[in-house]
Each structure stands twice: as C-alpha cells, then as structure tokens.
Design a protein around this ligand. Structure first.
Ligand SMILES: NC(=O)c1ccc[n+]([C@@H]2O[C@H](COP(=O)([O-])OP(=O)(O)OC[C@H]3O[C@@H](n4cnc5c(N)ncnc54)[C@H](O)[C@@H]3O)[C@@H](O)[C@H]2O)c1
Ligand SMILES: O=C(O)[C@H](O)COP(=O)(O)O
Length: 484
C-alpha cells in the first residue's frame, strides 16, 4: 500500500518519508512507556502485507466464509488469545454472553455475527467509546423458514405423531411390522390438526424477520395483522401495505390472532414479558405463540398458569427453553436453531467481517447498535492521516476539539460529526501527519474533557509504523492501567 499520492512532488515525498521515519523513531522511544500500543508482530506471511496484524478475538465458532474475508497476514483471528501475536483490537462473536471484564482496553470494536445484541453490555461499551456492530437481516431468511415450520408444528400433531410412532416401534417386537402399522394407523386420530390457511397471524416486530414472516404467511393464505410502533422507513417498504392490517394497539393484535409470532429485540424494561398474564387474558383461548426472538419476551410462568387453568389450549413453539414450562406438553422447544443454517452463518460472518474491517481501516460506522452511521470518503489531498474521536454528545464538545487542533497547527481538510444518544463520533482528515500523534492525543484528552477516546488510522499508521491504530487513546483504559 503506497502512502504517497501520485500527484505529489519528489520533495513532498522525501519530506513525508522523513516525517514517517521520525514518527517511527519516536514510537520506538515510547515503547517502554506503559500505554495502549498494540504490538502485534508485523511479520509478513507471504501475502505481501508487511505491517502489524489487526488482532481479532473470537467467541463461538464463526463460519469460515466470514473468517476468510480477513486478508491473511493483515488480520490474525483466533478464539484463544494466546494464538494472537498481540492483544485483541476487536471481538467477533455470536451468542456468547460477553462480560465487561472480557473486553480488554485494547479492544476498539465488537461485532455480533447475528441480529440480537442483548448478550453484549452495549451501554457500557458506548461509555468506553467502543462501537458494537451487528449484521441486520443476514440471518432473517433462516429464521423465517423455521417460523413457517413452527406454524406447522403448532397446527398439526407432527412432532407428537412422530414421537408416538417411534415409541410404538420401540415397544413392539421386531418383525411385527403389520401389527405396528395397524396400531399407528388407528392412533393417528390423536394427532389431527387444523390448517393454517384462512387463520390469522399476529406478527409483533416488522423488521428483517417480521416482514419476511408477513410475506410468507400471506403466501400460505393467512390473514396478517402486524404491530411495530418504531418501524423504520426501510422496513416499512418491505411490507405489503395493502394486504395486511397494521395496528397501533397490541391488544388489537392479541384479540384476533390464532397465531402470534414475535420478532422484536429483547430490551430490558421495554420488551421484557411483552406477552404477560394480562396479554394472555386478551388472547384467543387456542392461540399458538411462536417465539423465535428471545425467551425473556414471554412470561413463561403466566403461560404455564394459563395452560394449567385450561384458559389456554394452543401450543407454545419456542427457540428458547423456559424453566416454568419445562414439562408442559404444550411446549415444543428447539435449541436456538433459528439462525443455524449454512447460508445464515455464512452471510452473518461475512457481513460482520466486512463491517469490522471497514471500521478498523477507515473509521466507517455501519450497522452499529450504539454508534451513529458515519461514512467519510477519504479527502483527495489528505496525507493519509485520519483521526477518529469518540466524545460525549454535549454542547461545545466539537468546538473544543477543533479549537484544540487549530491551536496545535493541525489543518483539518474535512470532517464529519455525528451523534446518537449520549455518543458523538467525529472523523477528521488531516492535511499533514502530526509530528507527535500520541502526544497530541494525550493532550487532547486532557484539554477536551468530553473526549472519550481517539484513534489515528490510515495507511500511514498501518504500514509505516507497523502498528495499526497504535495511537489509540482511551481515557477509561488509561485510568484502569494506571490504577486510577
Ligand atoms: N432465533 C434466532 O436464531 C434468531 C435469529 C435472528 C434474530 N433473532 C431475534 O429476533 C430479533 C429480531 O430480529 P430482526 O433481524 O428482525 O431485527 P430487526 O431489527 O430487523 O427488526 C426488529 C423490529 O422490531 C421492532 N421493534 C422494536 N421494539 C419494538 C416493540 N417494543 N414493539 C414492536 N416492535 C418493536 C423494530 O422497529 C424492528 O422493526 C432479534 O433482536 C433477535 O433477538 C433470533
Ligand atoms: O440474534 C441472532 O442473530 C440469533 O439469536 C442467532 O444467534 P446465533 O448466532 O448464536 O445462532
């Protein structure tokens, strides 16, 4: 990767190289200091990349299709940290319940191969200046297909019938085929069902999965009622507006639904026990509930009470176990299989890898659940130095940063500043590489109280200094390292 623009003169090139050498020298001098530098090897493995590697720690098994997206040499990815040449800069995971203390001060990003991020301490990560990413829609088709299966498991005695046949075969003597066939033919009356065509399904949450379920249900001849008070414009466009009914009061959905399928994220205090005793009172007695979202969204104890009192007779098909319902015959539980198809695993891992590389190498934020979408195309005249800053979303914070940089003689070529809830994110392309980038960051953190973290990125820092994003300054981590 060249760090020199084609239109630069030879003297520009020499000057820039001198600066880089100077930076490299200073960096070496600072190596003995306890800071957040990531010394991650830097050996070529034959792929042509000579810089240090971006180190990614994985939890869970991630599909090889996704892992193969990371250029060899430039990235090192491992589940066991001791297999990485240096501390992790990013975490890639599926359903692992990530603990705050598993996130090292060197981590700059967390990416979830999948949709739900309730297994990640998202708020705490935002406070530390760490974006959390997911892969919207990447596994939605897989879940939709299992929901269709769930509808049939709910409407017919498929699983119960199949289990019965197995039991009969097990108790009868071998070679008694005629006897077995007669018995199971007679017993089939116990496993009859109803058709789903013409029935009404209530879909709660009309995003990537919900909208697909809506369309599939319509294709199966069902009537569809949908509920999603916070629907995005993009998601709304995926809905067949005139062929379904959308309600603004969830009770209206409960009243009319023969099947209810849940497709909302789990958010404590918002979707926790969205289906509770009160909701179940309103539902039809034979309602079947499909939960492929998260176990905690349905109050299992309330459902059990409804079954025990015979108020409810329909099935509960869930991708998640529930202690209160463990022995209940109305429950059909799967081992969280919604996204477990080759295609969904590949799609999710590939999208996760691309999202992560984009962030680590350019500062771009896409598909984050706690940071604002931020895309800044590189400036044509940039020296290759890009500074990204996470700061508190408070009045005056951006002014503090730009005034500070101005006072240091740093010329800003272009910048973008975005915000989302308490977090603001600023990406700045600089006209020149600062003489002492890490010193600048340290001073900025002191002078600008609202700066949470900053990171220099770009080819200059990756290739020349051999330490990708080495100049990463995080206040909380500095404090932690210094025992403050
Ligand atoms: N079983 C599995 O393997 C599996 C796989 C993927 C996703 N999921 C779960 O399904 C959820 C949905 O996934 P998705 O890909 O459709 O996500 P999505 O973000 O595309 O859709 C979620 C929808 O829920 C809506 N919503 C949010 N809060 C709501 C509320 N209180 N009431 C009604 N609607 C609300 C949003 O507006 C959005 O349209 C995930 O958060 C995850 O928990 C499970
Ligand atoms: O939220 C999700 O994407 C699903 O629950 C899938 O989880 P998994 O990747 O652990 O199968």
């Amino acid at each position: 990767m060249s760090v020199v623009k084609a239109n630069q003169t030879a003297s520009d090139e020499i000057e820039m190289l001198q600066k880089m050498l100077e930076l490299a020298k200073r960096r070496k001098e600072n190596e003995s200091k306890e800071d957040l530098s990531v010394s991650s090897g830097g050996k070529s493995d034959g792929s042509g990349y000579e810089g240090a590697s971006f180190n990614v720690k994985t939890f869970n098994a991630i599909a090889p299709t996704g892992l193969e997206k990371f250029p060899q040499g430039k990235y090192k990815v491992a589940g066991d940290e001791s297999d990485l040449p240096g501390p992790p800069m990013a975490i890639m995971l599926r359903s692992h319940k990530l603990q705050v203390n598993e996130v090292k001060p060197t981590v700059r990003a967390i990416v979830r191969c999948g949709a739900g991020t309730n297994n990640i301490p998202v708020k705490e990560m935002g406070e530390r200046g760490i974006p959390v990413f997911n892969t919207p829609g990447a596994n939605a088709n897989a879940v939709k297909e299992l929901v269709v299966c769930g509808l049939l498991l709910a409407s017919r005695g498929i699983l119960e019938g199949a289990n019965h046949v197995k039991n009969v075969i097990n108790v009868e003597e071998k070679g008694e085929h005629e006897k077995i066939a007669t018995r199971i033919e007679k017993d089939k009356a116990k496993f009859g069902g109803t058709e789903i065509q013409g029935k009404t399904i209530g879909v709660i949450g009309l995003g990537a999965i919900g909208s697909r379920v809506v369309n599939a249900a319509l294709g199966l001849g069902m009537n569809v009622v949908g509920y999603d008070p916070v629907l995005s414009v993009d998601a709304a466009l995926a809905l067949p507006g005139d062929r379904m009914v959308r309600v603004t009061d969830l009770n209206d959905l409960f009243k009319v639904s023969d099947y209810i399928s849940i497709h909302v994220p789990y958010i404590k205090g918002v979707t926790h026990h969205l289906i509770d005793a009160k909701a179940l009172q309103i539902c039809k007695p034979n309602v079947c509930i499909l939960n492929f979202a998260r176990g905690e969204i349905v109050d299992g104890a309330a459902l059990k009470a409804g079954y025990d009192s015979k108020m409810l007779t329909g099935k509960y098909i869930s991708d998640f176990t529930d202690e209160a319902l463990r022995d209940d015959p109305h429950l059909i539980v799967l081992p969280h299989l919604g996204a477990s198809t080759e295609e969904a695993e590949d799609n999710s891992a590939a999208m996760a890898a691309e999202t992560l590389m984009d962030f680590l190498e350019t500062g771009t934020i896409r598909n984050s659940v706690n940071f604002p979408t931020t895309i800044l195309a590189p400036h044509v005249n940039s020296s290759g130095a890009r500074l990204t800053i996470v700061n508190k979303n408070v009045p005056g914070a951006l002014g503090e940063i730009t005034s500070f940089l101005g006072s240091k003689g740093v010329n800003i070529l272009q910048q973008i500043n975005t915000s989302r809830d308490p977090v603001a994110y600023t990406v700045i392309d600089l006209a020149e590489i600062p003489e002492d980038p890490s010193g600048l960051q340290e001073e900025m953190a002191k002078v600008c109280p609202d700066v949470v973290s900053s990171r220099f990125i770009g080819s200059v820092f990756n290739d020349t200094l051999g330490q990708p994003g080495a100049y990463f300054y995080v206040k909380w981590a500095q404090g932690e390292l210094q025992g403050e």
